[in-house]
Write a protein that binds this ligand. Structure first.
Ligand SMILES: [Zn+2]
Ligand SMILES: [Zn+2]
Length: 266
């Protein structure tokens, strides 16, 4: 079953194409289940240029728009209503209220900020030269595991996004990965395996084979996703993603419906 559980709409300010075009692209690609998961509005001050996420008042319109394509799609593919929410710890109450305000099928949790630094924004890449890479990784995975344990999210998106521009600490990361996987397993959430990294400077699926194997050993379920920001990207790289999932030792993947996990064979 080909599933793409992460895609966007132009409401976020950095995606293109109408939702109906994403659905048509999914149908052409033979996908059976897709989820729209646009970026939930960020707390005040985190998105000054309106390029990271939808506006605070747009959530209702976004939901109505997804419901409309859901109706028109006639279950081919199945269209799920999702949202991608940032982990911004000082504002977790606000995030929780927004998530609870609609009947989402799936809620993705993402770490895009270390403090107030949007570390994956290409326009802020210079900040990396001021940072210790290993320190940034520790900070990232601490936030990632706290987000996983927060109870807000069903799936943790792009698990090692911190490597996006190719910043990877030297040495053996297996102890870190084992700890991260154990924390995520305890939290009871799934993690996403995403082709988006293949289209970024790191040129690698999120998460790496080593981290994905650690998740598998810890019993963490996985979803598959493109993180499409254009219709052309819908389903892209899913074959590689599924190979990585199988290589790591998985025999099944999951998706969510009304926030209940559904397991299907790979
Ligand atoms: Zn995005
Ligand atoms: Zn996304």
């Amino acid at each position: 079953m080909m599933i793409d559980l992460h895609m966007h709409t132009p409401r976020c300010g950095h995606a293109a194409g109408a939702p109906s075009e994403y659905v048509a692209a999914a149908r052409r690609a033979g996908l059976e289940v897709i989820a729209f998961t646009d970026h939930l509005a960020l707390p005040d001050g985190y998105d000054p240029d309106g390029e990271y996420a939808m506006r605070p008042g747009e959530l209702g319109d976004y939901v109505a728009e997804v419901r409309e394509v859901q109706r028109l799609s006639g279950h081919s593919p199945r269209v799920l209503l999702g949202i991608e929410a940032d982990w911004v710890p000082p504002h977790r109450g606000q995030t929780a209220r927004a998530i609870a305000s609609h009947a989402f099928d799936v809620v993705l949790g993402s770490v895009h900020f270390l403090g107030d630094w949007a570390f994956d924004d290409p326009s802020l890449i210079d900040e990396w030269s001021l940072r210790d890479v290993a320190g940034a990784w520790d900070e990232y995975f601490e936030a990632f595991t706290h987000a996983a344990a927060s109870g807000l999210f069903d799936v943790m998106a792009h698990p090692d996004l911190v490597k996006k521009f190719g910043h990877v600490p030297p040495g053996d990361l297996s102890a870190l990965y084992k700890d991260v996987a154990a924390a995520v397993a305890d939290a009871g959430v799934a993690v996403e395996v995403s082709s988006a990294g293949l289209r970024k400077p790191c040129r690698e699926i999120y998460p790496s084979d080593a981290l994905l194997s650690a998740f598998c050993r810890a019993g963490v379920p996985v979803t598959t996703a493109s993180d499409a920001h254009t219709p052309e990207e819908v389903g892209s790289g899913l074959a590689e993603v599924r190979e990585a999932v199988e290589r790591a030792g998985y025999s099944s993947i999951v998706y969510f419906e009304a926030r209940e996990m559904r397991e299907v064979p790979l």
